[in-house]
Unconditional design. Structure first.
Length: 253
């Protein structure tokens, strides 16, 4: 959506391009949700090799992981982009013992499992991050068309649970952090083309001998052009970068 793009009065002036290029989007670019479950179940009964009366009970190994991923990408405008991502790791805690669908305890087992599923399981870890990037429109201003700048901000959060056996003693761990960045680029070629004198000496000399300058003057022009081109290649692009990272971690939470 560009509300001022077709305004004839504003489009007459290049200095108002900052206004005529205003745009925004109604809907997010991407919205995704994905989850996967990984369930492992094994039952083992050791074979009795002794002639004695030894009672051997079966052992059970149960593991039921449930991972969920979320993502939202929203280009608020052509210059402002927002990216949010999250991951939740959980597990389903099954009751001990065997699973006998014909046994009297099976309805209670089934209700316990479904109750945990409706409550999204027991959280094991959770991470999320958001990044915002903005291409500053300073190049829309005619005098600053040779400059471009981008600013960005990122934040992340992480929560991790400790093992269940020691969770009551040492608690959990949380971490968060933020990142700030700034990038400014200068296109020196575009700047040279805005200055009349630099534009003239940067242009290749005429190769037409008729009516042109004498050979000595042409040689001098070629030398100036070659030196100027060398300086332009050396200083064609200049960049300034700034970044700041802050993070904290808290255990026993």
């Amino acid at each position: 959506m560009r509300p001022f793009a077709r305004n004839a009065q504003l489009n007459r002036y290049k200095s108002l391009k900052l206004i005529t290029d205003i745009n925004f989007y109604y809907m997010p670019k991407l919205f995704s949700f994905r989850f996967d479950m990984d369930r492992q179940y094994s039952e083992r009964l050791m074979r009795k090799k002794s002639s004695g009366d030894i009672i051997i009970f079966p052992t059970y190994i149960k593991k039921w992981d449930w991972n969920r991923n979320y993502a939202v990408m929203y280009d608020l405008t052509q210059a402002i982009r927002i990216d949010y991502r999250a991951n939740a790791g959980a597990y389903i805690k099954e009751p001990p013992g065997s699973i006998d669908k014909n046994g009297p305890a099976y309805p209670a087992y089934k209700d316990s499992i479904w109750n945990q599923i409706w409550n999204f399981g027991t959280m094991n870890n959770f991470t999320q991050s958001v990044d915002v990037d903005w291409n500053l429109p300073i190049n829309k201003i005619p005098m600053l068309g040779w400059l471009s700048a981008q600013v960005g901000y990122g934040a992340d959060y992480k929560w991790m649970s400790s093992p269940v056996s020691i969770q009551s003693r040492i608690g959990n761990t949380i971490e968060n952090g933020s990142t700030k960045k700034l990038n400014v680029s200068a296109n020196m070629t575009t700047l040279y083309n805005k200055v009349g004198y630099l534009k003239r000496i940067s242009a290749p000399p005429s190769q037409n001998k008729r009516g042109g300058p004498p050979p000595k003057t042409r040689r001098r022009q070629n030398l100036i052009f070659q030196r100027t081109q060398g300086q332009k290649r050396h200083a064609q692009e200049r960049e300034v970068n700034y970044g700041k990272l802050i993070g904290d971690a808290l255990s026993g939470y």
